[in-house]
Design a protein around this ligand. Structure first.
Ligand code: FES
Length: 121
């Protein structure tokens, strides 16, 4: 695991999010009312980047493409793809899948995300 700096504490307002890239991984860091969380940025449905997704109900990220939503704290699916009507037909081949989550640490006022180093071949 390696720490990757996101921003200073205080730069990310409560209810806000920030996208970062670590190697090939796109990550979103969220500031919820009880702390900071990080998930993969790509929706597990059809891989749309959710950097422009909405935070709904205070703790879920909603994909802007087909409106799947995920619990930001756990990455679990809240609602699977449901827009436009009929998109559910794809669910036969695109089963529900949780988002990957990453530990977030705060040290000396600096917010960082822990990301597994890719093993070199
Ligand atoms: S790509 Fe996110 S819900 Fe379809």
């Amino acid at each position: 695991m390696a720490l990757h700096s996101v921003c200073k504490e205080g730069e990310l307002a409560p209810g806000d999010k920030k996208a970062i890239k670590v190697g090939k991984e796109d990550i979103i860091v969220f500031h919820l009312d009880d702390g900071y969380y990080a998930t993969q940025a790509r929706c597990t449905h059809l891989f749309k980047k959710m950097t422009k997704g909405k935070i709904i109900e205070g703790d879920k990220i909603q994909c802007p493409l087909h409106k799947a939503s995920f619990d930001i704290r756990t990455g679990e699916v809240d609602k699977w793809a449901n827009f436009p009507p009929g998109i559910q037909i794809l669910n036969v081949v695109r089963a529900e899948k949780a988002l990957k989550t990453y530990p977030v640490t705060i040290e000396a006022g600096e917010i960082s995300v822990e990301v597994q180093e890719l093993e070199s071949a």
